[in-house]
Design a protein around this ligand. Structure first.
Ligand SMILES: [Mg+2]
Length: 372
């Protein structure tokens, strides 16, 4: 089997807002083969930039675009192709955009391997430890506390038993950041896991105060209250905060996660499979984390392509308490697949069809197609 094309499909909502939502313009990747099998992936990043990285011609031996590296190759040689893409783009890559684009290709290659073998990806990874996972509703913090509480009650009524609010109004006022946790706990009662995601960094002292105040509300974790580059700050925060600290959605290489765990002291990391090198890199990070008794709770806030890939990896993990589930109303998420992946009573099962087990809706691709 040979790769014949790497297609990038850019999809965009009619109105894109400057909010903490990376699912308003998306980059779907299809890897085509000479046997008619097509692999589906997603690069969760700035889509136009990812497209340039894939389509770019040769610049030098260590600064190549991904498409021409892949055409003519056997898509089932995933390990070798991952190394080839990484090595051949080291001058401009290694972190960030390059890894985001590689992630989309990697997901598509695993999808092809599964389809060619007739097996769901989780079986290719050694089989499931757990097929069904609790999902936490992940949503944006609203301009007012009352607005956020209303959303929380809607998610509770939909059957979720855990939820996270992030970005939006958070991180601007310390007292309001503390109050939102108390109000959520009051509204939801004691049997809910509640998480707060600051999105952008606050001063270290502010973060430590939040970590202490949130422990009084029994919060499950406080996410990303410091800069993703502030490893030393995280080490101090983790040592001082009785609330568990989580971070890692903006990291993009397995070495970043080693740093977060070994130097930053993190005991919850949140790799995003569509940003940090795909399923291939995720398997390595899971192994590093499990050897350190660190929890991997993946970042998963984009389309159902990412949800499917995340579920296949989660199925293999020893201890992953929750799937992050984007609970916003967004047709790029809700209408992208022929069979959308939806929680039932707050739980979601890993897809069982070959590959990632998903099929794109051509009408949705047509409806939101963006050709800048
Ligand atoms: Mg986050």
């Amino acid at each position: 089997m040979k790769i014949t094309d790497v297609e990038t499909i850019l999809l965009r909502l009619p109105v894109v807002q400057e909010i903490g939502d990376g699912c308003q313009t998306i980059c779907v990747i299809r890897v085509h083969t000479d046997e008619g099998i097509v692999g589906i992936g997603e690069a969760h990043t700035n889509p136009l930039a990812a497209q340039a990285i894939i389509d770019s011609p040769v610049y030098s031996v260590s600064a190549q675009g991904l498409k021409h590296l892949l055409i003519g190759e056997d898509p089932r040689d995933i390990n070798r192709l991952w190394d080839k893409m990484y090595k051949s783009s080291q001058t401009y890559g290694r972190r960030g955009l390059l890894m985001h684009a590689m992630s989309g290709v990697d997901l598509a290659l695993w999808d092809i391997l599964g389809k060619a073998s007739g097996l769901p990806v989780y079986r290719l990874l050694g089989g499931a430890r757990k097929r069904e996972h609790l999902a936490y509703a992940s949503d944006l913090s609203q301009p007012t506390i009352e607005g956020t509480i209303d959303l929380a009650l809607q998610h509770k009524a939909s059957g979720y038993r855990a939820m996270k609010f992030g970005w939006g109004a958070l991180g601007k006022d310390r007292k309001s950041d503390i109050a939102i946790a108390a109000r959520l706990r009051q509204a939801l009662g004691p049997d809910f896991d509640i998480m707060i995601d600051m999105g952008f960094s606050v001063p270290l002292d502010h973060a430590i105060q939040l970590g202490r105040a949130y422990a009084e509300q029994d919060l499950f974790f406080l996410e990303e209250p410091l800069s993703p580059d502030d490893i030393g700050g995280f080490a101090k925060l983790v040592a001082a905060s009785p609330t568990p600290i989580a971070t890692g959605e903006k990291a993009s290489h397995e070495f970043d996660y080693l740093d977060l765990m070994d130097r930053g002291g993190l005991r919850i990391i949140q790799p995003d499979i569509a940003r940090m090198g795909g399923i291939s890199a995720m398997l390595r990070v899971i192994a590093h984390a499990e050897a350190r008794n660190v929890r991997v709770i993946p970042h998963c806030w984009s389309t159902d392509i990412l949800v499917a890939a995340t579920l296949h990896c989660m199925a293999t993990m020893r201890d992953c308490p929750y799937l992050e589930y984007n609970a916003t109303a967004n047709p790029l998420r809700t209408d992208l697949l022929s069979t959308p992946i939806r929680p039932k009573n707050g739980s979601i099962s890993v897809p069982e069809k070959p590959g990632l087990g998903i099929e794109l809706r051509e009408d949705t691709l047509k409806r939101f197609r963006w050709q800048p």
